[in-house]
Design a protein. Structure first.
Length: 133
C-alpha cells in the first residue's frame, strides 16, 4: 500500500473521513487545472501521469484576496460531543507572487463524551504547488 501525504491536493479535495474515496485517483504523480466557472463555482481537473482526467465542480466563496472552497468543510465523526467529534477543514486557494498556487489548510477538531468536552485542536498548514506551463 502506498503512503499518501495527508496534505496531498487530491486527498484534501475528497473529504470522506470514514471511507476511502481515492481509488483510481492519482496519489503521487499528478497535475491539476483550476478554472473559475462563475461567481460561485470553480472547476478542478486532476490529470494523472497516464493522461486521464477527473473533473469536479466545487462551490466557493471569496474572502479578501483568496478563494475558500466549500467542499464538505464540516464533517461529524460518530455522534459529536455525545461519543464523537466534529472535523472542520477549510482550504484557501491563492495565487502567489511567482504565479504558483498557495493553499492554506485550516483544520479544527473538537469532541467529547456524554457532553463533556474532551479536547480540541487547531492547525494551520501552508502548501505550495508549482505552476507547470
Amino acid at each position: 500500500e502506498e503512503h499518501v501525504d495527508r496534505h496531498n491536493f487530491v486527498f484534501l479535495l475528497n473529504r470522506k473521513l470514514l471511507k476511502d474515496t481515492l481509488r483510481d485517483k492519482p496519489l503521487n504523480n499528478y497535475s491539476f487545472k483550476l478554472k473559475v466557472v462563475d461567481k460561485k463555482h470553480i472547476q478542478i481537473s486532476v490529470i494523472n501521469e497516464s493522461g486521464s482526467v477527473s473533473t469536479n465542480i466545487y462551490k466557493f466563496r471569496r474572502k479578501e484576496d483568496c478563494i475558500v472552497l466549500k467542499n464538505k468543510n464540516i464533517r461529524p465523526i460518530l455522534v459529536p460531543y455525545l461519543a464523537g467529534a466534529i472535523d472542520v477543514t477549510k482550504l484557501k486557494l491563492k495565487a502567489g507572487d511567482d504565479n504558483n498556487l498557495n493553499i492554506t489548510i485550516n483544520e479544527h477538531r473538537s469532541g467529547g463524551v456524554f457532553m463533556i468536552p474532551m479536547g480540541w485542536s487547531n492547525f494551520e498548514t501552508l502548501g505550495k504547488y508549482n505552476r507547470i506551463e
